[in-house]
Design a binder for this molecule. Structure first.
Ligand code: UGA
Length: 437
């Protein structure tokens, strides 16, 4: 049966490429994945993966005989007609997306009228059109990714929607891509290439806006004595608003929201339009991380010489990704105030240690809290909910806790002896069961 399925090629085996390769193999396709870094290709060929993504390792192991890794473009071109481009597009100094890796891949492709370039990398609207201009005989389809780190395998296998952008002349190529995704059952939206490219940028910008919005509401809640959890719940029951991405906290991070919101703002600016709302969305996010310092000062006055424990370092749970993590800004701000920072993360500590060389890394949450004058919950790892907070309070020099994700039960913490600060909630607010996630 698997012999009849169309082979799939993947270019760039970072996080998106690896998930894409593993999931198409799981669906029964032969997959050939190419990367220019020989060490990465060798490690993957030996079955070693270096990123933490739930379910991915098992998927790669289970389908090992269906996935081949190579550094050779010719091997890839010989092995597959449908080629997913999954290379990264980091920001340049100007904030625009750096397309040099995408361009390098396009340069290597043959215009043989057979291969289809399927763009998964996040690119500015207009990229597809310019590639089509340079390589008129190459079939081109835009197929943006909407995977979340930590649940990427699940998101791939059960998509809300799959967006397939193609311009007239590439209908056949779009149908081939549609056939790949059909078994997954999500809604398939066909669009033109520029619109597909915009759907990706607009979706991430909107999600970031939703979070910055609820964070500002949380800040107002603190002024007027309301609880942002209850406010979000009440708002989310309106079907037009929906409950998701209304969790207030110390701001969004990760590899995409920061880079994509700035890239969209720059794209608009380069075209002569000033995207005012996005400027505020980005500013609010920056300020939100820094507000933690004010919250700590409320309890400790000066932070000079104080020992502050960070619980969690990754930009969100279930990943070891430290890109744009709130912990980076927080650690730097705390050290700027003269504090001594100790941190614990169950998965990201090793990666974080290379970025935060002045931060002491603890091997458990309790060890980080030992003798600390205050703690900040940065990442909502489930094990923090299970911690013995009574014992933690006893071990700290002063049990002050800023819950940066509104993750813990304030009443329990206060009972354990903590001076508790959430984001937009009072210490007496009970956590809601129907939480907005
Ligand atoms: C995000 C998008 O959600 C994906 O759809 C998209 O495919 C991906 O970027 C991408 O472009 O590659 P991701 O960065 O993995 O996914 O993480 P999210 O789950 O979206 O979380 C981003 C940040 O927002 C995290 O720091 C998280 O803690 C924060 N967040 C999320 C909140 O502060 N509040 C919320 O209610 C939700």
């Amino acid at each position: 049966m698997s012999e009849q399925l169309e082979p799939v090629g993947v270019i760039g085996v970072g996080w998106v490429g690896l998930v894409t390769a593993a999931c198409f193999a799981e669906l029964g396709h032969q997959v050939i994945a190419r990367d220019i870094v020989p060490e990465k290709v060798e490690a993957l060929s030996r079955g070693e993966i270096t990123i933490h993504e739930p379910g991915l390792e098992e998927l790669l192991q289970r389908n090992a005989e269906r996935i081949a890794f190579t550094t050779e473009m010719d091997e890839l071109l010989a092995g597959a007609r449908l080629l997913f481009v999954c290379v990264d597009t980091p920001p340049t100094y100007s904030g625009d997306a750096d397309l040099s890796r995408v361009r390098a891949v396009v340069e290597e492709l043959r215009e043989d009228g057979d291969h289809v370039l399927i763009m998964k990398s996040t690119v500015p609207a207009g990229t597809g059109e310019s590639i089509r201009r340079d390589k008129p005989n190459l079939s081109y389809v835009s197929c943006p990714e909407f995977l979340k780190e930590g649940t990427a395998v699940k998101d791939f296998m059960h998509p809300d929607r799959v967006v397939i952008g193609a311009d007239p002349g590439d209908e056949g190529a779009a149908e081939a891509v549609e056939a790949l995704y059909k078994p997954l059952g999500g809604e398939i939206l066909r669009a033109d290439v520029a619109s597909a490219e915009m759907i990706k940028l607009a979706s991430n910008a909107f999600l970031a806006t939703k979070i910055s919005f609820i964070n500002e509401i949380a800040n107002v809640c603190e002024e007027v004595g309301a609880d942002v959890g209850q406010v979000a719940e009440g708002m989310g029951l309106d079907e037009r608003i929906g409950p998701k991405f209304l969790k207030a906290g110390i701001g969004w991070g990760g590899s995409c929201f920061g880079k994509d919101t700035i890239a969209l703002k720059k794209l608009a600016g380069n075209s002569g339009y000033h995207f005012q709302l996005l400027s505020a969305v980005i500013d609010v996010n920056e300020l939100q991380k820094r507000r933690v310092v004010q919250k700590l000062k409320k309890h400790l006055d000066s932070l000079a010489g104080r020992r502050v424990a960070l619980l969690g370092l990754a930009f969100k749970p279930d990943t070891d990704d430290m890109r744009d993590a709130a912990s980076l800004v927080l650690a730097a701000r705390l050290e700027g105030e003269g504090a001594e920072v100790v941190a614990y993360d169950p998965v990201a500590a090793e990666r974080a240690a290379t970025l935060l060389d002045s931060v002491e890394m603890a091997t458990s949450a309790m060890e980080a809290l030992e003798g600390a004058d205050a703690a900040v919950l940065v990442t909502e790892w489930p094990e923090f909910a299970e911690l013995d907070w009574v014992a933690a309070a006893e071990r700290m020099a002063r049990p002050v806790l800023v819950d940066g994700r509104n993750f813990l039960d304030p009443q329990k913490l206060v009972k354990a002896g903590f001076e508790y600060e959430g984001i937009g909630r009072t210490a007496l607010d009970a956590p809601r069961t129907a939480s907005a996630s």
